[in-house]
Design a protein around this ligand. Structure first.
Ligand SMILES: Cc1cc2nc3c(=O)[nH]c(=O)nc-3n(C[C@H](O)[C@H](O)[C@H](O)COP(=O)(O)O)c2cc1C
Length: 415
């Protein structure tokens, strides 16, 4: 008989879950509503901890961004951003608000995790990451997925929290080497990850590969990691991600020993997703040629996005006094340098164009950087098109159940 995803379960401690995890999508693209649907249906959903002070202003009526801008206004024209620090109390409160509001609304047998990116260095990497991790645990999150970075010190930062051994902790890796490094560095905490997400080169967001991403293949890396863990007698669930578009794709991975799948792109066009409806139409319309991996992210990681993203070429003034999430430990960001270079080269222009880097904080916050998975060009095949050319948006439940119950590579269209 043809297998479906629902024939399998993901075991995390005493929890038995539908083996579908919706991946974290930063800056509130994977909303609480989306994550809560996954949990209600018995799977795992993610909220994201990216830029929570501004998310909190939008959702919970706080004024963190205004306060930060007020404090550092005098620095706006200064290219040196060393002084522009986050208030750790604001980070703590915004995390607490987002996590506790989400967890209070949780219904059903599934779980809600938070995606925490190490690359959000926030002009003080250790202190800010520590506060984000601690507050998420204190506010009752079910699990934390460590993303965008090697996270060699992150378990150490959490070790003294009372929930360190109770909250589910996972790491996203894109190679066996990164996993081995993580495991080796964390031996002293005497705590293994509860799950490992293996993210391949077709994923959305930042990639854990260089610009030669096309030479890598998720299945190969995933199998290598499964075999390594077996050989080491480490019983840790492995969860592949990136380009798993149908229930049939997912079953293929489950049959080969994966414990679940992490998916995201299919949900970018769900009603519960944070992307505005007009942006969702751009995702639906995209053809394969409209999608690229480029180096415009100042993090240094390649990032996949629609070529029509308004962020590309935009030469806005760096928004660090309001945001500043990508300032490194020395208060630097590659966008500031690219911007200053263009301003110096065109001193008389009112508006500059910056092609090589983007002010990612501002553009992600405003949904102007249209990051997406490689298979975004297939989204149009997952819905119906109206006579006026618009595509029908889908409920997260519809997409989730399509992954869960479909067989082969069939995709159920909405009613
Ligand atoms: C719009 C979008 C935003 C994303 N943002 C993040 C992020 O903030 N952090 C992260 O670890 N992964 C991020 N990802 C990656 C997903 O969590 C997921 O692992 C991956 O996209 C799964 O592949 P799929 O999109 O082909 O299903 C993002 C993906 C998309 C599509």
């Amino acid at each position: 008989m043809t297998k479906k995803v629902d024939d399998y379960r993901l075991k995390l401690g005493k929890h038995e879950l539908v083996p579908i995890m919706i991946g974290g999508m930063g800056v509130d693209i994977s909303t609480a509503d989306l994550a809560l649907e996954a949990a209600r249906l018995g799977g795992v959903g993610h909220i994201s901890d990216a830029m929570l002070p501004t998310v909190s202003d939008r959702r919970y009526d706080t004024g963190f961004v205004k306060e930060k801008l007020q404090q550092y206004k005098a620095n706006i024209d200064n290219s040196d951003k060393t002084l522009v620090k986050f208030d750790l109390g604001h980070i703590a409160e915004s995390t607490r608000l987002h996590v506790s509001n989400t967890m209070e609304r949780k219904r059903g047998p599934g779980m809600v995790f938070i995606n925490v990116m190490e690359k959000l260095t926030m002009n003080s990497p250790r202190d800010t990451l520590r506060v984000r991790l601690h507050e998420a645990m204190s506010a009752g999150i079910d699990g934390i997925t460590l993303a965008a970075g090697l996270h060699l010190g992150s378990f150490g930062l959490m070790e003294d929290h009372p929930r360190f051994r109770d909250v589910k902790l996972g790491i996203i890796v894109s190679s066996l080497r990164a996993l081995q490094l993580f495991l080796r560095k964390n031996v002293k905490t005497n705590r293994l990850p509860d799950y490992i997400v293996v993210e391949g080169p077709l994923a959305g967001g930042h990639l854990g590969f260089g610009m030669d991403w096309a030479q890598y293949d998720l299945r190969t890396i995933n199998n290598e990691i499964i075999q390594y863990l077996r050989a080491e007698k480490l019983d840790i669930p492995v969860i592949p991600a990136g380009g798993i578009f149908t229930g049939g794709d997912a079953v293929g991975f489950l049959q080969e020993g994966s414990a679940a799948v992490q998916v995201a792109t299919r949900f970018t066009v769900s009603k519960e997703c944070g992307l505005p409806a007009d942006v969702q139409q751009e995702y639906f319309k995209a053809s394969e040629d409209d999608i690229e991996v480029n180096g415009t992210s100042p993090t240094g990681y390649p990032m996949r996005m629609l070529k029509s993203s308004p962020s590309i070429g935009s030469g806005i003034r760096p928004g660090c006094e309001s945001y500043g999430y990508l300032l490194d430990a020395n208060g630097r960001c590659d966008y500031i340098e690219a911007y200053n270079r263009e301003v110096a080269a065109h001193p008389n222009d009112k508006k500059v164009i910056v092609m090589d880097k983007t002010c990612l904080c501002t553009h992600m916050r405003n949904f102007k950087c249209w990051t997406c998975g490689h298979l975004t060009y297939r989204l149009k095949d997952t819905t119906r098109k109206a006579a006026d050319g618009t595509y029908q948006s889908l409920s997260a439940e519809h997409i989730f159940k399509d992954y869960q119950f479909s067989t082969g590579n069939k995709i159920a269209l909405p009613d």
